[in-house]
Design a protein around this ligand. Structure first.
Ligand SMILES: NC(=O)c1ccc[n+]([C@@H]2O[C@H](COP(=O)([O-])OP(=O)(O)OC[C@H]3O[C@@H](n4cnc5c(N)ncnc54)[C@H](OP(=O)(O)O)[C@@H]3O)[C@@H](O)[C@H]2O)c1
Length: 220
């Protein structure tokens, strides 16, 4: 039997991460730890997870949180939490995964950013700091890891029809957003997952350091 590539996927319990899991699990050995097994808000939890789990061929940093607040309302804890989960944890996961990829002279990393990582919007200061930041990590690391044939890219989903998105928008808000999107609808999570699958597949042998925007034309 051919050894299936081993994928570490964060945030696979719901939303876009669940769609990524469903898209990949027939072809890859996908490990998607629960928050109990790997709590990204804790450096200790990250350190202890990698004591027992390693040799990942592919890493997908998908888990993330959003805190929507105006500048005066932002608390120190908000700054700490969102930077830890959205920016520092992905960096620590990459640090823990690269040695195995370097040994094999191949690896793939996908970071999930957002349209709010290429442009922004009021009350999105915290979220945009992290989502612009993860694109910076992606670009810097593509230069550093390229000589070991490790390809790293960022995907920026637009409005995506996850349970959370649908629950947090009123019917009127949803209609307004859809009207502003050239394709006149939200993304289905599987449409994000298919692009992740392409980027980590053998078919992608030359795309690295890029930011792929999947937003139905919203930012165009
Ligand atoms: N939905 C959109 O419209 C949209 C648009 C652009 C970008 N994105 C980005 O896409 C990614 C996925 O978004 P989503 O909407 O699918 O998210 P979601 O439905 O809110 O799910 C978030 C996932 O992250 C996990 N997570 C959160 N905090 C964690 C922690 N401290 N430790 C471990 N896991 C944690 C959650 O685990 P639990 O189940 O344990 O809570 C869950 O699996 C995020 O990076 C988000 O910023 C989403």
């Amino acid at each position: 039997m051919i050894n299936r590539r081993k994928v570490l996927l964060t945030g696979g319990s719901r939303g876009i991460g669940k769609a990524i899991y469903e898209e990949l699990h027939n072809d890859f050995d996908v490990i998607s730890p629960s928050r109990k097994e790997l709590d990204l808000s804790s450096l200790k939890s990250i350190e202890s997870y990698f004591k027992d789990h390693n040799n990942f061929d592919i890493l997908i940093n998908n888990a993330g949180i959003n805190i929507i607040k105006d500048i005066e309302s932002i608390l120190d804890n908000d700054i700490q939490d969102i930077n830890q989960i959205n920016l520092i944890a992905p960096l620590k996961l990459i640090q823990n995964c690269v040695q195995h990829m370097k040994n094999n002279k191949q690896g793939k990393i996908v970071n999930i950013s957002s349209i709010w990582g290429i442009r922004s919007k009021e009350k999105r200061t915290l979220y945009s700091v992290t989502k612009f930041g993860i694109i910076g990590q992606t670009k810097a690391l593509s230069r550093e890891l390229g000589e070991d044939n490790i390809l790293i890219n960022a995907i920026c989903p637009g409005f995506t029809a996850t349970d959370l998105t649908m629950e947090s928008l009123s019917k009127d808000e949803l209609q307004k957003i859809e009207a502003e999107i050239p394709l006149k609808r939200l993304a289905n999570p599987s449409e994000i997952a298919k692009s992740v699958k392409f980027l980590i597949s053998d078919d992608n042998s030359y795309i690295t350091g890029q930011t792929i925007v999947i937003d139905g034309g919203y930012t165009s």
